[in-house]
Write a protein that binds this ligand. Sequence first.
Ligand code: NAD
Length: 496
Amino acid sequence: MTDVKHWIDGRETASTGSTQPILDPSTNEEIATLHLGDASTVDQAVQVARTAQREWAQVSLSKRTQIMYRMRQLLIEATGEIAEVISREHGKTVADAKGEIARGQETLEFATSITQDLKGGFSENVSTGVDGYTFRQPLGVVAGITPFNFPAMVPFWMHPIAIATGNAFILKPSERDPSASNIVARLYQEAGLPDGVFQVVHGGKDTVDALCTHEDIAAVSFVGSTPIAQHVHATASAAGKRVQALGGANNHAVVMPDANVEFAASQVASGAFGSAGERCMAVPVAVTVGDIHEQFLEAIAAEAEKLTVGPGSDPATDMPPVITKDARERVIRMADEAEQAGGRLVVDGRGLVVDGYENGNFVGPTVVTDLPADHPTYTEEVFGPLLVVMHVNNFDEAVELVNSSRFGNGTAIFTGSGHYARRYQEEIEVGMVGINVPIPTPVGYYSFGGWKDSLFGEHHAHGPEGLEFYTKQKAVTSRWPHQEEHLEASMSFPTH
Ligand code: NAD
C-alpha cells in the first residue's frame, strides 16, 4: 500500500486535509491512499509555479527542446513501469496502457519541434523605414484537469506543449488512477525541468473549483464528461480565464451496404469493447444501412463471443473491468431499460462473472438492437461495453441520425464507395471522422477535438491548436530613425 501525494516544487507533498482510497477495479480492494487537495494546496502550487514560470520563460528554446528530448527518452524507458501502474489502478490491460503512453509520446515529440513552431512573422518596410513582426508568448501559469480513462495520454495532450511554450503547468489528474502523473513529474525532474514548472495537485471538486477560480491561473484545459466540462467552462470563463473543455461522446459507426460486413464488425467490436468501451473515441453505436442489419448482428455477436473478459494484469485478457461498481451498475441498468422498452439483446453480458474476481467490476460485451431513436440507452453516453445497433434505409437517413446526436466527438463510415465516404466527411457534424477506421484519433501533430456538446471553447487539444491555446500573440511595429532624422508627427490617423 502506498500513499499518493501531491507533487509540488519538485517533491512529494502530503495533504493536511482528507484522503480517499484507490481501488483495484478487478477486486475492489484498496491498493493505495490518495491525498486530496483543496484551495490552499492549489494556492501553494500556484505560488511556486509563478516564480518558476518567470525564470522558465527566459530559458532558451534550444535548452527547452533538449529537456523535451531527454523527457522523451525517459518516457520510453519508463513505459513498462507506467503501464503497470495504469493497469493496476484503471484496470485496462498492460498492452492497452502501453498504447496510450505511445500516443502521449507523440504529443511530446510535437513539443520537441517548438523551435520551428514558435517562429513568428516578419515584414520589412510595412511603411518606409518601419517593420512589423509578430511572436507568441506564454500565458503564465496554466492548469489541466483530466479524466480517468487515459491517465497518461490525456495529460500528455496538454503539458508538453504548455511547458515547451514557456508556461508552468499544474495537473489535476483523475482521483481514480492518479499515480501515473506522479511518475511523469519525477521523469520531468530527471530530464532537467526546473522544479515548479510541472506540478501535480490531486483531489476532486474542491481542487477543480479552486483551479478554475484562482486569480493567478491564466488558462484551464479540461477533458472529462459533458456536465463537468460545462461546469469548468462556465466557472473558469467567468473568472476571466482562457478555457478549452472537452466533454463526452456517443460516437456512431455507419456501415453501408457495400461495406465488407465482417471487416466492419471486427472494427466496430474493437471500438465498442476495447478498454471496456471506456474511450472517448469508443464506438457505442453502429448504424446499419439497407439490408445488411441481420448479417451485421451475426458478425458482431461472433466477434463479442471471441473476447476474453478478465483483469488487466492477465495477458490473456481482451476486455477488462469498468472503473467502478457504479459504472458497472449503470451499464447493466441501461441494458435493462433497453430490454424493458422492447430492445432485443443480441449479446447479453449482464450476468458475467469472472472466476476468482467475483467482486470485480466486470460486465460482458453487450449488443442491443431494435431501440427507438429517442431511448436514453441510445441517446446518452453509456461509457461501458454496450453497443447499440440502429438501422436505417439509406445514406441520407444515416447522416440525419448521426447529426441528430447532441454529441459530435468522433464518427466512422465503413464503405467501399469513395462517393459516399466523401459525402459523409462533408455532411457529418462531428469533429473527427474515420473512413474505414473505427477510432479516428488524430496523430499528435494534428489537433484533437469534437463539436457540439463534446467541446466547449474555441481550441481543440494538442498539435497546432494546443500551441495557440497556450500562447498569445504579440504584434510589434518598429522604427529606428537615425538620431539626426527629424520626423514630423501627424495628427491624422497614420496611413502607409
Ligand atoms: P469526469 O467528468 O467525472 O471527471 C473528469 C475530471 O473532473 C476529473 O479530474 C474529476 O476529478 C473532475 N470532476 C469530477 N466531478 C467534478 C465536479 N462535480 N466538479 C468539478 N470537477 C469534477 O469524467 P471521468 O469519469 O473521469 O471520465 C470519463 C468522461 O470523460 C467520459 O464522459 C468521456 O467521454 C470523457 N472523455 C472525453 C474525452 C474527449 O476528448 N472529449 C477524452 C477522454 C474522456
